[in-house]
Write a protein that binds this ligand. Sequence first.
Ligand SMILES: NC(=O)c1ccc[n+]([C@@H]2O[C@H](COP(=O)([O-])OP(=O)(O)OC[C@H]3O[C@@H](n4cnc5c(N)ncnc54)[C@H](O)[C@@H]3O)[C@@H](O)[C@H]2O)c1
Length: 435
Amino acid sequence: MHIAVIGTGYVGLVSGAGLADFGMMVTCVDKDAEKIEKLKKGEIPFYEPGLENLVLKNIRAGRLEFTTDLASAVKKSLVIFICVGTPSLPDGSADLSQIREVALSLAEVIDDYKVIVTKSTVPVGTNRWIKELIDQHKKHDVAVDVISNPEFLREGNAVEDFMHPDRVIIGGESAYAIAIIKDIYRPLYLSETPFIITNLETAELIKYASNAFLATKVTFINEIANFCEKVGADVTVVAKGMGLDPRIGAKFLNPGPGFGGSCFPKDTRALIRQGRQVSSPFKILEAVIEANERQKLRAIEKLETFLGELEGKTIAILGLSFKPNTSDVRESPALTIVPLLCERKAKVRVYDPVAMEEFKRALGSLPIEYASNSEEAVTGADAMVILTEWNEFRFLDLAKIRTLMRNPLLIDMRNIYDPEQVKKLGFSYSGIGRC
Ligand SMILES: NC(=O)c1ccc[n+]([C@@H]2O[C@H](COP(=O)([O-])OP(=O)(O)OC[C@H]3O[C@@H](n4cnc5c(N)ncnc54)[C@H](O)[C@@H]3O)[C@@H](O)[C@H]2O)c1
């Protein structure tokens, strides 16, 4: 079966390569010509473990190709996956302009029955709107079915998540189209991955409800951590004690500098907007967004507690991506914290194993020093702040770092170090939610 994937970003590229690995003939389309040129040469435009091998393997097998020519890719495909971005608009709602552009392009070129599958995260009702747009504007009198098939992959673990998902959600009205999509995912069906077949609206909402719930769970433990600091409790032990209750579960109970990334913040905001539109407010989620913004200030508050005025102080920031194993800095806490440090006239030196280029692109205009490793970042610093729990930050030579820093202060926003051991080495230490 031939498949077109429109939008070759994190989701489109992983899905395209994954579907090719399932044996499909896949053409990945993007309007970013530079990205497509790179991909044709087998170069991956972002960091994602295991993706390069999967892409190269399937290019060599002749099952995966890249183009900017949407028309030719669509004409030869029965199924079109839409994987373009749905970023936030200033009012928090999802910007559907990329989706609209793709739907109109499809209406131009479709000349045969097609199944249009939306993998992008889209507000409830969007798939019906896509079908209406295509039906209104189509140049040929052909039938089109739409399917909602939200994607749950996590950056940093995306290949594994796509190949071994916890569940596959298929929303639609046409039994024929649903059967085609089930057929595409047959390798997963055979490995007993749970499939949920439902209507369009339910499928669309499963994605938003999942992300908003996880964002809430993280925010809950962040607030418990803040409370722990006031009352002398240890959040790591509180989380362990909570997580042993199977109704709660241990995952996503790690406090930190606030959640970020390309999904949780924007999807939570978009669900709040959707609720308001139908007078069904999400009070919990409004509080989650507010608390998360406050959480991003915790690192600054801790620095000021130890150092007083930050003007003229050198602050080393370790970790810029919103989580380890990705170069993605979208809505990363570092994007809030670093500008605030600059505003306070601190000297900021940053280091991240893979996200430096993307961070530079986002905050290029700020006077930040980019170090080539952790030790260079902390040399002469008054504090080092760990924002992302990259493995290489778990095994820093702290005894050596102590000698390199002007003032040995470690603000550990991921609780990756044992406070007592660090203090024994002569550091002042502050984690999150433990004294
Ligand atoms: N990144 C994740 O971890 C993740 C996980 C699950 C779901 N999602 C959802 O998947 C969607 C895509 O996210 P992403 O992170 O892959 O985005 P992305 O920004 O990395 O990629 C989107 C791609 O679409 C391309 N594009 C835009 N308009 C186009 C058009 N008209 N024709 C061809 N290409 C076009 C862009 O050039 C870009 O390469 C979003 O809705 C997101 O919420 C993302």
